[in-house]
Unconditional design. Sequence first.
Length: 164
Amino acid sequence: MPDLERLLEHLVRAEVEFVVVGGYAAMAHGSTYVTFDVDICAPLFGPNLERLHTALAKLHPCHRMMPQELPFTLPAVGEQGFKNVYLKTDLGQLDCLGDLPGIGDYAFVLAHSIALKVSFGECRFLDCPTLIRAKEVVGRPKDFLVAAQLRAILDADSAPDSHP
């Protein structure tokens, strides 16, 4: 079973700049759907990419979307970095996205995020309305189900209190 919270803790402790998006963000907003990976949006170049690499070094990260499990290494000097990085680590899968398709780049995602307290400190998560939109853009059946559940959570939270 993946230990997604500890995976996030490694990123936070290494001061990686990122926003949690996807299923783990949905769970943080109250969704009951379970996820088995962490999806983040992050700048995947320069110092932030170096911090990401350092944060994961002891977790044996390897690229999971390749025929062989190649280790996660930094690009050669002068290269741009990555658009996306899909990794398998000792603590679970980590999908690192440079932007959210149909939503926006990291700066947009960061502007539409909120800080939430977690057991090891504070972490940024995509806000619920933007997460709903992101789930609907992806368009898989499970994403529509999560979006509907998140919309119901938002509606319940904004409903006037019926108690006197």
